[in-house]
Design a protein around this ligand. Structure first.
Ligand code: HDE
Length: 712
């Protein structure tokens, strides 16, 4: 399973980046001017105990650089983690597009991917309940293509004009800057409850998709409908999907809250460590391709980014695979400075009139100007295209190139007419020629006014445990709101999705689902707009269920990269441990010995084993399963340390697989597991295979109804 570390990392992009790398190994310390420095510990003073001299250029250079180390964090998606890799195409798609990346199956296109949370600051927890950004930069031979997506297939709003409102509502409240990286507060739900188009994305955020187990175990979506353009200039609509090879899996909210304390870098660390271990994260790229003629065939508008196209209506065609196989050399230079722009496209791919996408085409370059300081950010190594760039754009802050010649305009004859225009046959870009015959108007299309059908479809398509998580999430989030009128408005609109859901949430809030609220419900319209026209329409049912929306339809066939906590102390049964470790490690699972102390422990046959974590430094929520080998002395040790009891109880509460052997059964007697020994994911002297299969199932959700009995 594990591939050779960084074996495939020498892509063209990595080669290009290497030219910019700097290694100080064996080198003498110098100033920025190359002056060799003899003392970087003491400033220049007037006497041993005297004041520091202004003359001290060494002090000034060091401090000045330090003073300016920070750049503005991203206004959204500030917290992120990145990795390098490549994309490979399975089949030639020239019928639909002329893009080289989709027609040349021999290419290995280098990529850089940045995953992120949306609302929190750069240092906020990875486990916030939030949408995750999934931004992919493809360094193609025709220029850079950025597919800047999220891990949910729809967005909150329909028009870019609403983006600042949405973000101001979800960010910490402006008077006290509370809460950090959390949507559970009044301003967010004040906005949501008056802007019903947000409901679909909102219910996805209440689902387990908003608390992934790993960045490697989440889907990605381009969200907007884009266009594919073939050689003949024919256009097809397309939606982009990333499907993780390890399946889609999440943690529970209780785990998320605890992980935020135990290891707020949980996702970043997990991505980094998987790549370092050679367990390269992989996603398949899928396309939903829709002929132009079908533009108006659906009960929703393809230009409305709050709508998905159910996979049961248009299947996802799997066309290629992305593998991430190299960690960045430097977080700031690469992950922080990378600049994604949805406007970066290549011939064969084009935009649609989705009004959210249209606004994004402006916003990203604009934000990079203040974030990266000027217009030359494309020259920063991570942003530099693989192909040469030539144009007449000049100067600006941080110009690092030296453009030669007398001319910087077009047309010219003094410069030989160069750089000259690309002919179409040479791969020149032209925008898709779309016929538009319309009046200029500031409004929202009526075809965008169905706000309830798809949230209801999503909720209907989930299994009971997934629905329960949504109910609990709403109860938590709305329970954190202080204003009863906001809670009631939310209950009213949740009721438009599902009555039972609204009723259960209302019970938890100690309120009733209101029958009426002040109209119009949807206030995201102009002052003089006709509210009747823009009131969300009653929900429709054009599909009973979309099974593809449920995580239960994901993959449950592997234990690769799963973290197995092995609770052991001196004298543990080595034979049992080794048997399990051999079987599991072959499949790429990671066994972590958690001992009463650091250093190493001895097995019952006398061999030393490295301790990965002591029970003092770790927590149950950081693992996927628990294994306790037998061994009298070992079990006795563990019994003495009550944190182990908490560890096991929590694993049980979080529906994880637990296996014990021989004497270790006595440990279960100290926990709540003892009441549920016939649970299908609890194994007492069980088979390795059965334990393995339970871990591959990710969690035993059938246990959910009894987990409230465990006060862990
Ligand atoms: Fe973004 N978004 N966004 N967004 N977005 C940014 O650009 C914006 C939207 C997404 O890892 C910003 O470089 C507007 C949808 C990701 O560097 C900014 C609108 C989707 C990232 C911006 C949207 C996204 C960003 C902030 C509504 C999914 C992180 C920093 C019209 C399809 C990229 C930056 C990274 C980042 C604007 C909506 C995804 C301010 C105006 C929809 C993954 O330009």
């Amino acid at each position: 399973m594990a591939k050779e570390k960084n074996s495939e990392s020498q892509s063209e992009k990595i080669e290009q980046l290497k030219a910019f790398e700097k290694d100080s190994l064996g080198k003498v310390l110098t100033t920025n001017q190359g002056l060799k420095v003899n003392d970087t510990n003491n400033s220049l003073k007037s006497g041993e105990r005297g004041s520091t001299l202004l003359e001290d250029f060494l002090l000034r250079e060091k401090i000045t650089n330090f003073d300016h180390e920070r750049i503005p964090e991203r206004i959204v998606h500030a917290r992120g983690s990145g990795a390098h890799g490549h994309f490979e195409l399975y089949e030639n798609l020239e019928e639909f597009t002329k893009a080289g990346i989709f027609t040349d199956t021999k290419r290995k296109t280098p990529v850089f991917v940045r995953f992120s949370t949306v609302a929190g600051s750069k240092g906020s927890t990875d486990l916030a309940r939030d949408v995750r950004g999934f931004a992919v930069k493809f360094y193609t031979q025709e220029g850079t293509w950025d597919l800047v997506g999220n891990n949910m297939p729809i967005f909150f709003i329909q028009d870019a004009m609403k983006f600042p409102d949405l973000i101001h509502a979800v960010k910490p409240e402006p008077n006290n800057e509370i809460p950090q990286a959390a949507s559970a507060h009044d301003t967010f739900y004040d906005f949501i409850s008056r802007t019903t188009e947000t409901l679909h994305n909102q219910i996805w955020v209440m689902s387990d998709r908003a608390i992934p187990r790993s960045l490697r175990m989440m889907e990605g979506f381009g969200i907007h409908t884009f266009r594919l353009i073939n050689k003949e200039g024919k256009s097809h609509f397309v939606k982009f999907h990333w499907k993780p090879v390890l399946g889609v899996h999440s943690v529970t909210w209780d785990e998320a809250v605890k992980i935020s304390g135990a290891d707020s870098d949980f996702h970043r660390r997990d991505l980094w460590e998987a790549i370092e271990a050679g367990q390269f994260p992989e996603w398949e790229l899928g396309l939903q391709i829709i002929p132009e003629a079908d533009e108006h065939k659906y009960d929703f508008d393809l230009l409305d980014p709050t709508k998905l196209v159910p996979e049961e209506m248009v299947p996802v065609k799997i066309v290629g695979k992305m593998t991430l196989n190299k960690n960045p050399e430097n977080f700031f230079a690469e992950t922080e400075q990378v600049a994604f722009l949805p406007g970066h496209i290549v011939p064969g791919i084009d935009f649609t009139n989705d009004p959210l996408l249209q606004g994004r085409l402006f916003s990203y370059r604009d934000t990079q100007l203040s974030r990266l300081g000027g217009p030359n950010f494309n020259q920063i190594p991570i942003n530099k295209p693989l192909v040469d760039t030539h144009n007449n754009q000049r100067d600006g802050l941080m110009q690092t190139e030296i453009p030669k010649g007398q001319t910087a305009y077009f047309p010219n004859s003094l410069g030989g007419g160069c750089p000259h225009l690309a002919k179409m046959a040479e791969g020149g870009f032209t925008s898709y020629e779309e016929r538009i015959d319309a009046k200029k108007i500031r409004t929202r299309s009526e075809s965008f006014s169905d706000h309830f059908s798809q949230p209801a479809l999503f909720y209907r398509s989930l299994k009971p445990w997934e629905q329960q998580h949504i109910m609990e999430a709403y109860s938590f989030e709305l329970g954190k709101c202080k204003q009863q009128d906001i809670q009631e408005r939310m209950l009213y609109i949740i009721n438009q999705i599902d009555y039972k859901l609204a009723e259960k949430v209302a019970d938890n809030l100690g309120l009733k689902v209101p029958k009426h609220i002040e109209k119009p419900i949807n206030q995201a319209i102009g002052a003089d707009a006709d509210p009747n026209k823009h009131e969300p329409s009653n929900k429709k049912n054009y599909l009973d269920e979309s099974p593809a929306l449920s995580q239960t339809k994901s993959k449950y066939n592997t234990i690769a990269t799963r973290q197995i906590a092995v609770l052991a102390a001196d004298g543990f049964n080595e034979k049992q441990y080794k048997k399990l470790a051999d079987a599991f490690e072959k499949e790429g699972a990671q066994l972590k010995i958690i001992a009463p102390h650091g250093g190493s422990i001895k097995g019952d046959a006398g061999q030393d084993y490295k301790v990965h974590e002591s029970i003092i430094t770790t927590e149950s929520v950081l693992y996927d399963a628990v294994y306790i080998p037998g061994g009298k002395a070992s079990v006795k040790w563990i019994q003495k340390m009550k944190k182990y009891v908490k560890f096991i109880n929590e694993a049980f509460k979080h529906c994880k697989a637990i296996a014990v052997e021989d004497e270790a059964e006595s440990l279960l007697e100290m926990t709540y597991v003892t009441d549920y020994k016939d649970d299908e994911a609890v194994f007492i002297n069980g088979s390795t295979k059965a334990f393995r299969d339970a871990i591959a199932q990710h969690r035993n959700w059938n246990r959910l109804p009894v987990t409230d009995n465990v006060p862990a």
